[in-house]
Design a protein around this ligand. Structure first.
Ligand code: SF4
Ligand code: SF4
Length: 303
């Protein structure tokens, strides 16, 4: 099979296993991103996410993740839910409504790799979904799937930003897609809506102020006067206000990402009364499981 046909077949397979979009880019050293990351880290915008300082070379040069890496296949999985938690109640980031997405994406990526090998192509491949230092949004952008918006999310033309990202790194050449134009234009809705001013400039996030970081990654107790603005795990505010989501986000079709009806009906009082035993049973194999019960309670106390 020639590389044109193989590239088309891979994209068809990605759709067949349930991914919403698939694009392909050529492996290269991410020099601009490396320069940006150095300054971002130097300014401590990564807060206590010290793992961002690790594997700097691998993060910006995929050849160090897979010998002779030539191509990156980027895939997106829609997670925009039909049933959403009522706006007046404590909020969870929508990606955390259902089962932990890492397992869902990984198993689909493995299906795509097996498909390539079944065709008879000799290939070395690695799949990633937050599992290694890979700049997933950058590769998705390079693969022509969207642009990185002023809220630092990947925005897919006519589809929005509620997409999970995965990648496959391969040591074979494929046909590469072209990046799309950035269409944020003069809009600043995400920056204006951020309740903690964490978007300190277009395309620049100070994680120390970001509710998503604070509710998930931040381990110590909070300052007395912190207000989490109703968010108890993650934060979607800068995505919810984005016109590309308001106009184009469509409900996903991955059942495992659906919210449990009991959780949908949780009142704030239910959250406040939640006990450790219930937490463990209820949130097994979900993103919330990775936070601790104590941290969730801490978040609730500031929401
Ligand atoms: S996730 Fe929330 S806190 Fe973080 S930048 Fe977006 S709106 Fe601001
Ligand atoms: S809200 Fe506006 S500026 Fe922010 S990401 Fe969306 S289009 Fe871009």
């Amino acid at each position: 099979m020639n590389i044109e046909d193989l590239s088309i077949a891979i994209k068809q397979k990605a759709k067949e296993v349930g991914f919403s979009f698939c694009g392909i880019s050529k492996v290269e050293m991410l020099q601009n991103e490396a320069d940006f990351l150095k300054v971002w880290l130097k300014n401590n915008y990564h807060a206590e996410m010290h793992y961002m300082e690790n594997y700097f070379e691998k993060r910006t040069n995929p050849v160090l993740l897979l010998e002779n890496a030539k191509s990156v296949i980027s895939v997106l999985l829609n997670y925009y839910p039909e049933d959403k938690i009522d706006k007046n109640k404590y909020q969870l980031a929508k990606y955390a409504y259902g089962k932990d997405y890492h397992y869902i994406i990984k198993s689909k990526l493995i299906e795509v790799i097996e498909f390539i090998k079944l065709i008879g192509i000799e290939v070395n491949a690695r799949n990633f979904c937050d599992s290694a230092p890979v700049m997933d949004k950058v590769w998705a952008q390079k693969s022509g799937l969207g642009w990185i918006g002023k809220n630092t999310c990947l925005i897919v033309p006519k589809a929005g930003s509620f997409f999970l990202i995965g990648e496959i790194l391969l040591d074979i050449d494929l046909i590469y897609d072209k990046p799309v134009e950035n269409k944020c234009g003069s809009c600043t809705r995400c920056i204006d809506a951020c309740p903690t001013n964490a978007l300190i400039a277009p395309y620049l996030l100070d994680a120390r102020k970001c509710i998503s970081y604070l509710t998930i990654e931040h381990k110590p107790e909070f300052d007395e006067d912190l207000d989490l603005h109703n968010q108890i795990f993650g934060c979607d505010i800068c995505q919810d206000v984005c016109p590309w989501n308001i106009k184009f986000a469509k409900q996903h079709s991955t059942n495992e990402l659906d919210i449990d009806k009991n959780l949908l009906n949780f009142t704030n009082e239910d959250w406040q009364k939640l006990e450790k035993k219930e937490f463990k049973a209820f949130f097994k194999n979900t993103a919330l499981e990775r936070t601790t019960f104590e941290r969730l309670k801490r978040n609730i106390s500031k929401a």
